[in-house]
Design a protein around this ligand. Structure first.
Ligand code: SPD
Length: 280
């Protein structure tokens, strides 16, 4: 690495804390500065293409399935018959792709603040940006925190497929936003939100669980394994008004690579350290 620094992606998320994850670059395919963030797409040496937002790896072709299948199929198999789904963030399209696999789903609304993320992924990551042309999908390039204030009682499932809690995503990790999402769901609705790593971000997880469990009848953290995120794992908060995420519907979707019913149940079994107090 030392001989050729500029040919490595050096993930910025954990760098201030003295750790990072490096991925060797073959080619820099795309670079654009938008009103919201810096967007880059790289061809990497061993993980296929990578979408990098403000210096942070958000998606690689190698392991995105492990993230998108778990952020989508866990809530959609928890709900008895999901019809209306809202995805906040998720401009790469991976969560749309997975949501459309559910036969009960009639509407998928994507609320992505940065249109350029969608455009970059349509052009450079076509295996992820699947489904934008499906007639069930509507795209809103808006601020998700504002969007959820407007649609009371409409959705069965809301998925917050966000980047890390800084820049445009900061507001998506706040209590007021969770309160507004609860208002945007119908009486049996539920949410799943990107909620960071149990190794590196336990105080964020504890905060989200504390207010999430006040707002929702059931609130739990579950996790997946993503080698190209710092610490190799990332998790989600699942907040539900009624359905118990530990009692999923059986999975009848063909061709999934990470999610199945056993993985769904196991993902909620946390090692004891996760809920232990964080030493400052
Ligand atoms: N530390 C990186 C976390 C990135 C989470 N966002 C992924 C978006 C994939 N649709």
């Amino acid at each position: 690495m030392t001989e050729n620094q500029e040919h490595w992606i050096k993930d910025h998320w954990d760098e201030p804390k003295g750790r990072t994850l490096c991925v060797k670059i073959k080619d820099h395919l795309h670079s654009v500065r938008t009103d919201f963030q810096q967007i880059d797409v790289y061809e990497t040496e061993c993980f296929g293409r990578a979408l990098v937002l403000d210096g942070v790896i958000n998606v690689t072709e190698f392991d995105e399935f492990a993230y998108h299948e778990m952020i989508v199929h866990v809530p959609l198999h928890t709900h008895p018959a999901p019809r209306r789904v809202l995805i906040i963030g998720g401009g790469d399209g991976g969560s749309i792709r997975e949501a459309l696999k559910h036969p009960t789903v009639e509407e998928v609304h994507l609320c992505e603040i940065d249109r350029e993320v969608i455009e970059a992924c349509k052009q450079y990551m076509p295996s992820v940006a699947v489904g934008f042309d499906d007639k069930r999908v509507s795209v809103f390039c808006r601020d998700g925190a504002e969007f959820v204030k407007e649609r009371k009682g409409y959705y069965d499932v809301i998925i917050v497929d966000s980047s890390d809690p800084w820049g445009p995503a900061t507001v998506l990790f706040q209590q007021a936003f969770y309160q507004d999402m609860a208002g945007c769901l119908n009486d049996t609705g539920l949410i799943a939100t990107q909620s960071e790593s149990m190794f590196f971000d336990r105080s964020t997880i504890h905060t989200l669980l504390a207010f999430g469990q006040e707002i929702f009848a059931i609130g739990r953290y579950y996790y997946t394994l993503v080698p190209t995120y710092p610490s190799g794992t990332i998790g989600f908060f699942l907040g539900s008004k009624k359905s118990d995420p530990l009692q999923p519907r059986l999975c009848h979707i063909e061709g999934l690579r990470y999610y199945n019913t056993a993985v769904h149940r196991t993902a909620f079994s946390l090692p004891p350290f996760v809920m232990q107090p964080v030493k400052s």
